[in-house]
Structures are given as C-alpha cells and as structure tokens.
Design a protein around this ligand. Structure first.
Ligand SMILES: Cc1cc2nc3c(=O)[nH]c(=O)nc-3n(C[C@H](O)[C@H](O)[C@H](O)COP(=O)(O)OP(=O)(O)OC[C@H]3O[C@@H](n4cnc5c(N)ncnc54)[C@H](O)[C@@H]3O)c2cc1C
Length: 294
C-alpha cells in the first residue's frame, strides 16, 4: 500500500524545523530515520498530514563527552553507535546493545532519537537508557526540557513529549566508579526484534560492594520496564551469584510478558530470569576488571 497524501518539509535548521512543527500542530510528525514511521504510514496505521524531515538539520548527529555525560544528537544512527570508539570506551551497555538492533540496513538509517521518541516496547534503546539513567532533551520554540527516560516513556508508543517538541539530544551519565554493563537479547533470527532483551549495569564502591545498579527489560510488557525493586535489592550488597539470582527473581516479578509468535509468556519469564542473572555476572566481571586496572 501507499501512504495517504502528506505535505513534506525538510528544513535546514532546528529553528525552521521547530517553526514548521509549531505551525502544523498535531497534524505534523517528525521524520528521522523513517524506519518505524514509514512502515506505519504505508498500511495507513499512521496518517500524518505533514512530515518535518530533520535529516538536514546540522549538529544533531554528534557523539561527545561533555560535563560527565555522553551526549548523542538525536540523529545519531544506530550504526554510528556501533562504530563509536567513545561509546565502546565509556558505556558497555550501549556498546553491547547497538549491534543487536535490527539489521545493517535499518542500523544505517534508524536513529537513537527516533527509537526513544517512538516508544516501542520492543525497542532496545529505551531499556539501555533506563538501566543507564539516560535523559533526553526536548526542544521547542519556547526552550528546552530535560526529561529522564523513566519519565519520557509513558505507555506503549506514547511519550511525555508535547506537540511542537523535537527530541534533540540523548544524555547518559558517565560512571566515575568501577563499572560494567551488558545487553543480552534473544531474537528468533538476525534482525528481529527481541523476544526478550535485558540491560544490566553495575557500579562498585571502594570496598567492592555494589554502589549502583541498573536493570531494564525489553519486549516483556506494554513498555520497556525498569526493574526498580531488583536494582534496589542489589545496592549496598556484596556481589555474587546468590545476590544476582535474587535480583533476577525480582526482575521476573516486574515483567509482564504475553504469549505470542515469539514464544509463551512462561518461556519469556525464564529468559528474563536467566539473562538478568547472566547480565549481572558479566557486568560485575567487567566492573571488577576496571577496578583492578585503576
Ligand atoms: C525490519 C526492522 C527491524 C527493526 N528491528 C529493531 C530492533 O531489533 N530493535 C530496535 O530497537 N528497533 C528496531 N527497529 C526500529 C528501528 O530501530 C527504528 O530506527 C527506530 O525505532 C525509529 O527510529 P527512526 O529514526 O527510524 O524514527 P522514525 O521512523 O523516523 O520515527 C519514529 C517516530 O518517532 C518520531 N520521531 C523520530 N525522531 C524524532 C525526534 N528527533 N523528535 C521527536 N520525534 C521524533 C517520529 O515522528 C515517529 O513518530 C526495526 C525496524 C525495522 C524496519
């Protein structure tokens, strides 16, 4: 099928893109990589009257280290994250997740900003950002708002962004303590969305105890899920397999999978259990090594 008719604008500056969006109000949608929006427009699941293509807007595709944060422009493609030495040096969860996103074609076009704005519970970046305490910058003609990803994702395909706002930047804190992270994803075949995805992150204090923990789940509920009780259970504890197994049980309780073509709900719970435990063990090993290298 072909999409319904729509107007198309491709402004060359952020100001012009914000003006175009403000003028069209609810009728307009931002077009980034088009890897989720266009497939929805073709069968007319989405019928925006206008698209504001932000691909020509300069300065939205950079990856930098600023003020203790990793800052990624909204237009940074999944593949640029795969290839980024800065990301692989600074954030193990992002580096582990990026190669698992879709296939090479989608990774060349799809963007991190588009993925977070789309709020698909099967999307991998929102789990990574929940585990890493990421934030986004939403820019409108009246200024900027910084929104933690935990407050950005409101429901399935629904964010707290307002009409007229463009997601311009993603910010991720850089760990100052020994840290490690992982993203484990079960997929039926290469390029598929997750049957289950699990993001884990651990930071250690000077005594080798867990100072901070992040755990988030993909494809096992109506949104990406931050397993808060599991995270809290780990903080202040001696790392070890019993602790990781207990956290995995709490993460299973936080999940709410449904049976579908990717497998029965109970199978997905088992995968959450195994992957949280395994992801925490991998994160701990990495953190321990970074502590001994320091
Ligand atoms: C075959 C296939 C397999 C895939 N597999 C995976 C996978 O395994 N894991 C995964 O995470 N994703 C997967 N995806 C989705 C892919 O990652 C998309 O790139 C991503 O979800 C959306 O990013 P985009 O830049 O393409 O956004 P678009 O499709 O351009 O936009 C998506 C939505 O976000 C809005 N939007 C986009 N950018 C902004 C912005 N800067 N500010 C405000 N709103 C904005 C748009 O208006 C639209 O509503 C897959 C896609 C395909 C086609």
């Amino acid at each position: 099928m072909y999409p319904a008719r729509f107007d198309y604008e491709a402004p060359a500056s952020l100001e012009a893109a914000l003006s175009a969006l403000a003028e069209r109000g609810d009728e307009a949608r931002v077009l980034a990589g088009g890897q989720s929006l266009i497939p929805m427009m073709k069968p007319r699941l989405a019928t925006p009257e206008a698209l504001v293509d932000i691909n020509r807007v300069e300065g939205l595709d950079t990856i930098d280290e600023v003020d203790g944060q990793l800052r990624l422009g909204a237009l940074v493609r999944h593949n640029a994250i795969v290839q980024s030495g800065l990301v692989s040096r600074i954030n193990a969860v992002m580096a582990a997740a990026a190669p698992w996103i879709a296939d090479p074609l989608v990774r060349n076009l799809g963007t991190i900003g588009g993925s977070l704005a789309h709020a698909d519970p099967e999307g991998d970046w929102a789990s990574v950002m929940l585990a890493c305490r990421g934030e986004v910058v939403a820019t409108s003609r009246s200024g900027e708002r910084v929104i933690p990803v935990s407050e950005l994702i409101v429901d399935m395909f629904t964010t707290s962004m307002q009409p007229g706002e463009i997601l311009t930047q993603v910010r991720v804190p850089i760990a100052t303590r020994p840290s490690g992270g992982a993203y484990l994803k079960l997929e039926r075949k290469v390029g598929d969305y997750a049957t289950v995805g699990v993001a884990t992150r651990l930071e250690l204090d000077d005594a080798g105890r867990i100072a901070d923990a992040g755990i988030a789940l993909t494809s096992v509920g109506p949104t990406n899920i931050q397993a808060t009780a599991a995270e809290e259970a780990l903080v202040g504890q001696e790392p070890g397999d019993d602790m990781f197994a207990a956290a995995a049980e709490l993460a299973v309780q936080a999940s709410n999978p449904h049976s579908d073509v990717r497998g029965p709900a109970e199978y997905k719970r088992q995968v959450v259990r195994a992957y949280v435990r395994r992801g925490l063990a991998r994160s701990y090993e990495m953190a321990r090594q970074s502590a001994s290298a320091a």
